[in-house]
Design a binder for this molecule. Structure first.
Ligand SMILES: [Zn+2]
Ligand SMILES: [Zn+2]
Length: 68
């Protein structure tokens, strides 16, 4: 039942920007919110260089940690 547990984890971990399942997940080092790499990159380039959740400065999406 490994496949099912992976599925339910994906249901729990949703991007807080697009509210979809995480794709290429990134983690805010300050608030530990998870979002897609494409979502945070778009936010940082088109909106502002801050985490949309906690507003900590994030100059570049590479500053957010890669979730292993
Ligand atoms: Zn997203
Ligand atoms: Zn944050």
């Amino acid at each position: 039942m490994d496949e099912q547990s992976v599925e339910s984890i994906a249901e729990v971990f949703r991007c807080f920007i697009c509210m979809e399942k995480l794709r290429d997940a990134r983690l805010c080092p300050h608030c530990s919110k998870l979002c897609c790499f494409s979502c945070i990159r778009r936010w940082l380039t088109e909106q502002r260089a801050q985490c949309p959740h906690c507003r900590v400065s994030l100059c570049h999406p590479s500053q957010s940690a890669v979730v292993q």
